[in-house]
Write a protein that binds this ligand. Sequence first.
Ligand code: TRP
Length: 468
Amino acid sequence: MASRGAFSNKLGFILAAAGSAVGLGNIWKFPFEVGNGGGAAFVVLYLFFCFLLCFPVMISEIAIGRKTLRNPVGAFNELGFRNWRFVGMLGLFCGVLILSFYNVVAGWAFGYFIEMLFANFDVGSQFGDYIKDITKVGFYAILFMLTTAFIVSKGVSGGIEKAAKILMPTLIIMILGLVAYATTLPNAMKGISFYLVPDFSEINITVIGGALRQAFFSLSLGMGALITYGSYVSKNDNIISSAAYITLMDVGIAFIAGLMIFPFVAFNLGGDMTQVSEPGFGGPGLIFVTLPGVFATLGSTWGVIVGSFFFLLLSFAALTSTVSLLEVPVAYVVDEHKVNRNKAVWIVALIIFVIGIPSLLSGGYSEFLSNFSRIIGVPDVIDSDFLSFVAATADVLLLLGGCLIVFFAGYIWKKKNLHEEIAQGFNGYENSFVKKFLDFAVTILSPVVLAILFILVLLNNFFGITLI
Ligand code: TRP
């Protein structure tokens, strides 16, 4: 097994998994989902889902990976449940979908880094034209996929772990600095209260579904990314505390990213937060439209320094996530088809890049792809471009995958085996409160609630049917 690679220690694993979790999901997606979801009520639901419903899924994924030392497809096989390989396949499919569009957005982020270097702060107000410019965004997307493939080809501890160890801490410091600046701007408090003072009358199934989808996406759950990373974890490590750190880091960074962005948004909108969910401003463009203008207010020197550094770090955060997304299908091809790692990396990366081309063209270049869901009549339309459609599809599949994975852990593999795996590396697990909680969570709480919500969200987002 030595040739599969492994993380060098617990910190290495935590940072790599947190690196996977923390990415565009926290800084790009979370703020606009909060905007679409009406503000603070969404945030409350999101926190609730992360800590209660998703935590057992995360534990199950890591435990299954560490037990089997396999990719998501091979893992179910290894445990003796061939029929469950489809869950791994579903995960693989989902990961490919996510990486295909994620790489495009990561390319935008990197492109903005270059624009900021040249003090082009107007790029924010020209965001629509920017993503239409196919030679530019196409070039950055290719560059991003190449970089991702390069790191993954370097293997687990040399590439993935090293990158995460440097990038994660820098990102946190940078965002905190921007939060401090954000609160000094006019109308900052209007942004903060939109973000933090909940209006529970806003809650409906679209908001609930949005918060749950966001929780899964942000924690990198539901497709076996953490089965794969779990397979590189040592038997001496404590799975529960690792998962707790990963969740706290991910939720913490999303939370402070919100503290940074909403004052900026309020400043940009002159305090009128009603526009925050409007197409063109809200949605995938939110940070790309808002931030450059804010950096401009810092003056040309500081604007360039802070602006370029910010988008560079955002690109890095995205990179530790794209790496985890690529690692899953690569691990599958390496384990199950005995292809050499290097070759697997380049082939898989090329295929995913090609699958991402329609997303690349859906930023205005192609009329049809830019209005995709409206044209085919799917109601999940705050944004009807193909990229958003793929993102929404993948999100819903993550819920299904997560639900099946906990169900598998609780009932098929059996919770006794799950507990046994967790107990390794955790002295005193037997009599702990966590054990009692998981006992209930993997058999009842998570599978039942996730199954119900999956159905409600699917009907609501894709068929326009609202049962509650
Ligand atoms: N969690 C990452 C983010 O927030 C994206 C991501 C990476 C992901 N790997 C994943 C999402 C696996 C779902 C599944 O940006």
